[in-house]
Ligand binder design. Structure first.
Ligand SMILES: C[S@@+](CC[C@H](N)C(=O)[O-])C[C@H]1O[C@@H](n2cnc3c(N)ncnc32)[C@H](O)[C@@H]1O
Length: 427
């Protein structure tokens, strides 16, 4: 379906971000992240910035924006606070030139994989010690062959910034391997991973683990973008906080295409626990990571000056605070304030880095808290104006199945099938 937006002079066309065709396998592997399809990004670039030379995604997730921009020979910068997502987004930038070496390298990785027992290995959350040691063997082998020959660095959590696209490719295949092996333990909510009891831990053998890895490398290679990325075009995918894009100069970005975390209490830290475990992240690290995420359901103490967020935000926050249901004045008020405070800081930063007249395209959903309409797109639109964006346009699409409906903890009294997904274009 194509909808037309009326922002006065500019008539633009957008397709539904979720259903526009053109997906890579990673879109399916991490579908709770996929704010939109590759085709949506291509279309958005054509509509809002046909001459863009540098595109930014400050919530890059699996890197749909960066891979589409780079395949169109447009400079691409992507940040995500979650190192696991940075690895996936880098993997998608693997140039066609090295594809022929994927099969022999996979075989090499397996041949050099020796079981590695690590006392407090987070993979032991779900796997018996022997299985965890064999998965860890693959990780150490990828690392030795492609990241750091001298050592078997562990944990890897802090060194993703120096990882090549080739190393990131094999790490992503390993992420997929762990997800496939974990399938028997997956609950009804795919964004929530709980630790298994000692006697429930999974016990896949060495052969299954290694075969699954080889299969995953092939599957990922098959579905990568058929592009030979130009070295002349800048691409940068790294760990970074959308509220402080310190390495980006003022007004240096032509356009932003992104999907911020939705205000639905999806925990993006917990939803990537399997990937974070491969990277060796322990509970303390994960706790810290979750607390830096915009939209985290954990309470971090982040708050801001509500007066500068606009009338819609003020009205919604006041209704939540006064709602007579349990925890509305406590946890939920804090949660919503925290979300909008984070989004306010992010929009301010996006205004700073985007050149005057440059477009910021945000894909974002509304939802309900009890019977109260949390019109996130409408609230962000007002916030954007207060942050110096001169015009805003909104395009609405009905969504059949929302991110919130996947999370029983976030379910609200409204039938989630009626949610609306909006494309906001700010300039
Ligand atoms: C909806 S997802 C992005 C979807 C993405 N457009 C895609 O297609 O995969 C939101 C992302 O924001 C990231 N995120 C959360 N807080 C962040 C922060 N403070 N700075 C940067 N990224 C953050 C999460 O890790 C998550 O990957």
């Amino acid at each position: 379906m194509i909808l037309f937006g009326s922002s006065g002079r500019n008539i633009m066309k957008f397709e539904n971000p979720k259903t526009a065709p053109g997906t890579d396998p990673v879109d399916a592997w991490y579908r709770y992240y996929a704010g939109y399809s590759a085709a949506f990004v291509a279309k958005a670039l054509k509509e809002v910035a046909p001459r863009a030379r540098i595109v930014l995604d400050p919530w890059n997730g699996t890197g749909t924006t960066t891979v589409v921009a780079a395949s169109n020979k447009i400079g691409a910068i992507g940040f995500d606070i979650n190192p696991a997502m940075v690895v996936v987004a880098r993997a998608r930038l693997l140039g066609q030139g090295v594809w022929a070496s994927i099969a022999p390298l996979s075989a090499d990785i397996v041949v050099h994989a020796n079981a590695r027992n690590i006392e407090d290995d987070p993979l032991r959350f779900w796997f018996v010690d022997r299985s965890a040691a064999n998965i860890r063997a693959l990780q150490a082998s990828v690392h030795r062959l492609l990241v750091d020959a001298g050592t078997t660095t562990y944990p890897i959590f802090d060194c993703v910034s120096s990882m090549s696209t080739l190393a990131a490719f094999f790490y992503t295949a390993l992420f997929r391997t762990v997800r496939l092996l974990l399938a028997p333990a997956a609950g009804s909510n795919p964004t929530w991973w709980k630790r298994l009891d000692e006697n429930e831990r999974l016990n896949p053998g060495r052969k299954i683990i290694f075969d699954t890895f080889i299969h995953s490398t092939m599957e990922l290679a098959e579905g990568l973008h058929r592009a030979n990325f130009s070295l002349a075009v800048q691409t940068r995918v790294d760990v970074g906080d959308c509220r402080q894009l310190l390495s980006i100069a003022d007004q240096s970005i032509d356009t932003v295409i992104t999907s911020p975390p939705y205000c639905t209490r999806i925990d993006y830290g917990i939803s990537t626990l399997p990937e974070l475990a491969v990277l060796g992240a322990h509970e303390e690290v994960i706790k810290k990571l979750r607390n830096t995420m915009v939209g985290t359901p954990t309470i971090t103490g982040e708050d801001g000056a509500e007066e500068s967020w606009g009338r819609k935000a003020a009205a919604f926050l006041s209704d939540v605070a006064q709602h007579d249901s349990k925890a509305s004045g406590g946890y939920y008020s804090k949660y919503f304030r925290q979300y909008y405070s984070g989004m306010h800081a992010s929009l301010r930063e996006l205004r700073r880095v985007t050149r005057p007249g440059g477009a910021v395209v945000l894909v974002v959903q509304d939802n309900y808290y009890k019977e109260l309409h949390n019109d996130t797109p409408g609230i962000l639109r007002e916030m954007a104006k207060r942050n110096g964006f001169a015009t805003t346009a909104r395009f609405n699409f009905p969504v059949a199945r929302t991110m919130a409906s996947l999370n029983p903890r976030a379910r609200t009294s409204r039938d989630q099938a009626s949610a609306v997904e909006s494309v906001l274009v700010l300039r």
